[in-house]
Design a protein around this ligand. Structure first.
Ligand SMILES: Nc1ncnc2c1ncn2[C@@H]1O[C@H](COP(=O)(O)OP(=O)(O)OP(=O)(O)O)[C@@H](O)[C@H]1O
Ligand SMILES: [Mg+2]
Length: 353
């Protein structure tokens, strides 16, 4: 899929204007605070993903000059099918697809959009929660029920923790947690299998071999996920009761990254870790394309910032080879050759260079 055009009204600092984008690589350049990330966020909202800061309230999205207004973002897309998407934001937000109110999960499946922010560059050495968040975003695109099941799992997990802390019997919650947890484990495993294939498409962007594997949190090593979950919960029962925490389940998973038998976080230099992170992001794009048979749109905020010339060239080569539509943002001017369209953002206004 790709955006043909977009427009916005009363959204953050962006000036109301319709822009017709290139179907290939779009680079947004401009000073700090000019509105580049806001543009990426507008697409993020259109793709059914909500604001960039998951927790930020919708009112922060409304232009400060129109605090009582309604922000409106609109995009027309083409590719595997033509789509018109509209996001209306007030105290609540609603999404419309071709004029009809639609669920975010429906839009995510038809308009697959992958966003990577500067923080994602620490995917390799960051905490497991960062890698779980990456897997969750990928799974939410690959499996339409994933976001809902994860929400239900987390709700049941909170109940279990509450019961454990009150020293009450938590056995009933196992009946809810085990099938949900096993389903999430199975989905994550499929996603990692697809990601592995996706990484093969990134050519020599990876600085060295990379082994990618899902580590199930608290697993006792049984292959069948639900049996593994139940067995592990059984073995941890006394510890759970004593400490009031749940030691088994997807909330404790990690995506293990290794190269030549060593942890990737130790094996690779900082710059190479950045390249691995970018390769994982692009590998995720391939995973999405392979499963959904739709080309994803990529939102890349400052992701090439810490790459050397070689890393950058290889990233651009993969992007060009993919023929995905890309919106990349970078502060200031560009000191390198960008193989696509360049847009200058100045005080919320978009101008073609
Ligand atoms: N609701 C809002 N209404 C008006 N302006 C806003 C609103 N929310 C944020 N802004 C402004 O938007 C400006 C642009 O933000 P944005 O994060 O898009 O900049 P950027 O171009 O990505 O900058 P950087 O290069 O520093 O990342 C910010 O300086 C902020 O003051
Ligand atoms: Mg920014």
């Amino acid at each position: 899929m790709h955006a043909l055009s977009s427009s916005w009204l009363h959204f953050r600092n962006l000036q109301p204007r319709r822009t017709e984008w290139s179907s290939g690589l779009n680079l947004l350049i401009g000073a700090n605070g000019s509105g580049k990330t806001n543009i990426l966020e507008a697409f993020h909202l259109l793709g059914g993903w909500g604001p960039f800061q998951g927790g930020s309230t919708l009112s922060t999205l409304l232009s400060w000059s129109q605090p009582d207004g309604t922000a409106r973002i609109e995009g027309h897309f083409s590719g595997e099918e033509p789509l018109s998407v509209q996001a209306l934001i007030r105290s609540r937000s609603s999404l419309r697809l071709d004029g009809k109110v639609t669920k975010a999960s429906e839009i995510r499946a038809r308009l697959p959009l992958l966003a990577f922010q500067p923080g994602d560059l620490a995917l390799v050495e960051g905490s497991p929660s960062r890698r779980r968040a990456f897997l969750d975003r990928l799974c939410a695109l690959l499996f339409p029920l994933y976001a809902l099941r994860l929400f239900e799992y987390r709700r049941a997990l909170r109940q279990r923790v509450c019961l454990l802390r009150q020293r009450r019997d938590a056995t009933l919650t196992t009946k809810v947690l085990a099938p949900l947890g096993a389903w999430i484990w199975a989905s994550r495993r499929s996603a990692v299998d697809l990601l592995r294939l996706g990484l093969e498409e990134t050519g020599d962007l990876l600085p060295d071999v990379l082994d990618v594997e899902l580590h199930r949190g608290g697993s006792v090593g049984l292959d069948e996920p639900e049996r593994d979950f139940l067995e592990a919960i059984g073995r941890n029962a006394a510890r759970e009761r004593a400490i009031g925490r749940v030691f088994v389940g997807p909330q404790r998973d990690d995506l293990l990254l290794r190269s030549r038998g060593r942890e990737a976080a130790l094996f690779f230099s900082r710059g190479h870790r950045r390249r691995v992170a970018v390769a994982l992001m692009l590998g995720a794009g391939w995973a999405v394309e392979r499963r959904l048979r739709r080309k994803p749109i990529l939102l890349l905020d400052e992701v090439t910032a810490e790459l050397d010339e070689r890393g950058r060239d290889r990233t651009f080569a993969v992007l060009q080879g993919s023929s995905w539509q890309v919106f990349a943002a970078t502060a200031g001017g560009v000191a390198y050759e960008w193989p696509g369209s360049v847009w200058v953002i100045r005080q919320g206004e978009v101008m073609e260079r």
